[in-house]
Write a protein that binds this ligand. Structure first.
Ligand code: SF4
Ligand code: SF4
Length: 319
């Protein structure tokens, strides 16, 4: 039955959605401030010290960015033979006090995924079982990288010859462990580099160079991921992002969470709008209504809160 009160309700301006877009744009350019320098022919190098400590997954190798993400610093620390206590503590505290708010409001890779999704606005979703299984993939990726990089650190402090041999075996990965699992690396380093090479050399050598089969496979894999994002919002965040995997351990217990008032909510059958708009495919109505973080998957985009026709969802801070 159609709720008369809902029909008469005036359409609200999506203040939260607009604010989020504006903040995402600001962060996109702050993090990639070199782009601003080029556009405005100005010097924004003052931003460098600030951005070096910001916890984002962007590549140290990109000519468009500065610094590196917390995960890159963590991997680098392991490869140097040390345990990254400091960076793990920072990631944990960020997750605990802010959940995955950076993913929802500041991450440039998330922003690009949102832009791609806005091309269709069609929130396709996998079945519950497939979604659950795919969400585990990002943890395997993260663990695989740690397993690969740990011997490098051990050899570094114990056996120089073995270190050189293992570094040789890892090849390009030695300097940039996160590259194969980082969409950021693809968007801001690999993709522009390949396009630039194609334009300058008028050939596809950058894409199909000999002995670089893995790079070619990864290139097309990321193109597929980007295309998937047009219909499956935040596909990379949900299923592959290593930073998302790392922070979700503590974000699961985040002090910032959402709550749902059951007295206002008629449930999935009669409404279910929140679940339909959730880009992370969180089963909001199966979560604890007094406070939920989607098991660390919620990016606090607040789409569900803004679109809920009964104003049943609110955010709260506290245990
Ligand atoms: S959108 Fe709001 S009212 Fe509808 S199911 Fe979700 S929480 Fe309940
Ligand atoms: S639960 Fe709500 S705030 Fe969290 S990701 Fe889904 S739509 Fe966004």
């Amino acid at each position: 039955m159609v709720d008369q009160n809902l029909e008469n309700k005036p359409k609200r301006i999506p203040v939260l959605a607009i604010s989020r877009k504006v903040i995402q744009i600001i962060f996109f350019f702050l993090i990639n401030y070199v782009a601003l320098e080029t556009i405005f022919n100005a010097d924004f190098s003052l931003l460098e010290d600030l951005l070096k400590v910001l916890p984002f997954l962007h590549s140290a190798k990109s000519s468009w960015t500065v610094g590196a993400g917390l995960l890159e610093y963590s991997f680098y620390t392991i490869s140097e033979g040390h345990f990254p206590f400091f960076f793990i503590a920072v990631i944990s505290l960020l997750g605990l006090f802010g959940g995955r708010i950076f993913c929802g409001w500041a991450c440039p890779t998330g922003f690009i995924q949102d832009l791609l999704y806005s091309l269709s606005g069609e929130n396709k979703r996998f079945s519950l079982e497939v979604d659950r299984s795919l969400k585990k993939v990002k943890f395997f990726g993260l663990i695989a990288m740690i397993v690969l990089i740990t011997p490098l650190g051990i050899y570094r402090i114990s056996d120089v010859t073995a270190y050189i041999g293992y570094a040789d075996f890892l090849g390009d990965l030695t300097d940039n462990m996160i590259a194969p699992i980082s969409l950021s690396e693809f968007l801001f380093v690999t993709f522009p580099g390949v396009i630039q090479s194609i334009i300058e050399n008028v050939n596809l050598q950058a894409l199909f160079s000999e002995g670089k089969a893995w790079s070619t496979i990864l290139f097309f894999l990321y193109i597929i991921i980007l295309v998937l994002n047009v219909f499956w919002p935040r596909a990379y965040c949900k299923y592959l992002c290593p930073y998302g995997a790392a922070i979700s351990f503590s974000a699961r217990y985040s002090l910032v969470k959402l709550q749902r008032k059951p007295t206002r909510c008629p449930g999935r059958k009669e409404c279910g709008v929140c679940e339909k708009v959730c880009p992370m495919q969180i089963r909001i109505l199966d979560e604890d209504f007094s406070g939920f973080t989607g098991k660390g998957e919620c990016t606090l985009c607040l789409e569900c809160m803004e679109k809920c026709p009964h104003d049943a969802i609110k955010w709260r801070f506290g245990a």
